[in-house]
Design a binder for this molecule. Structure first.
Ligand SMILES: [Zn+2]
Length: 277
């Protein structure tokens, strides 16, 4: 029996990060992720990036400094979107795409809600603006189940903020090390890089790097991906077409998919079909 319970390269677990606001500390944070082979989604609101003043991230840094990572929208002025009319919400989101994409060189498809808040209208604004997922600030440390439906992607709750990550990371790594049958787990950590410099924060650069080191030790079984890579992979998995006898599998997407049959992992390359026994 074929099971959709694998990530790329047959890995059973996945891990993603999401950091907000394009603060100057992002420059140090991205180096840390690169050092450990990890991927992050950086959520930028474009209004302050347009001015020459300030130490925050500038648009020209997007394609080089963040190569291999994802840039996502965070709404132009960082407003409470749910307090705005629908058209203004759309304007806030599309402006980020219009301003950032020519520098980034890629299509922006993700959003982190400023303050983590949204309304039903926000979903309409996002859909019109070509945004496929929205990250909230709600923690969901009780399960490592990734989003599956469109609605779940629009209300994507991370596992935890990095300040509370110690216990969830410990539980996640316990699964990775001791419970290989619990396939499909996704660890999702979010925060702001400036918090690592805040004396009052419980987690500073050293503690965070130590956590990355622990996760990196299991890179053979953890897929490190950006938010949009996780989205595209799950959508591709859901798009696999199967013959009536279950032996022929066709992948109509542009993303390679891995499945398992109980004894081995099987790769179904993008736009190809595979026959299994
Ligand atoms: Zn923010």
């Amino acid at each position: 029996m074929i099971l959709f319970d694998r990530y790329p390269e047959g890995k059973k677990y996945a891990c993603t990060f999401s950091y907000d606001d394009g603060c100057k500390q992002d420059r140090r944070l991205v180096e840390l992720f690169n050092k450990y082979g990890m991927k992050c989604t950086f959520n930028m609101f474009s209004a302050p990036m347009m001015s020459e003043s300030g130490e925050g991230i500038k648009p020209h840094e997007l394609p080089t400094l963040f190569a291999g990572h994802e840039i996502a929208a965070h709404a132009h002025n960082h407003p409470h979107l749910e307090r705005m009319p629908l058209a203004a919400q759309y304007d806030q989101i599309i402006k980020d795409r219009e301003i950032l994409e020519p520098h980034y060189g890629k299509i922006i498809r993700g959003l982190a809600y400023p303050f983590g808040t949204y309304s039903e209208d926000t979903f309409t604004a996002m859909k019109t603006a070509g945004i496929v997922y929205g990250r909230t600030v709600a923690s969901n440390p009780s399960t490592f189940a990734p989003p599956a439906t469109d609605r779940e992607f629009l209300t994507w709750a991370p596992t935890t903020h990095h300040n509370e990550a110690a216990l969830p990371v410990k539980r996640f790594l316990y699964n990775v090390e001791k419970a290989p049958w619990r396939a499909g787990g996704l660890l999702y950590i979010w925060g702001h890089a400036y918090e690592f410099d805040n004396a009052a924060s419980p987690v500073h650069w050293e503690e965070f790097e130590d956590m990355l080191r622990q996760l990196a030790a299991h890179k053979d079984n953890i897929w490190f991906a950006t938010n949009i890579e996780v989205y595209d992979y799950i959508k591709a998995t859901q798009s696999i077409r199967t013959s009536a006898n279950g032996k022929m599998l066709y992948n109509p997407t542009d993303t390679d998919v891995w499945v398992s049959n109980g004894t081995e992992d099987i790769k179904i390359p993008a736009a190809q079909s595979v026959t299994v026994d």
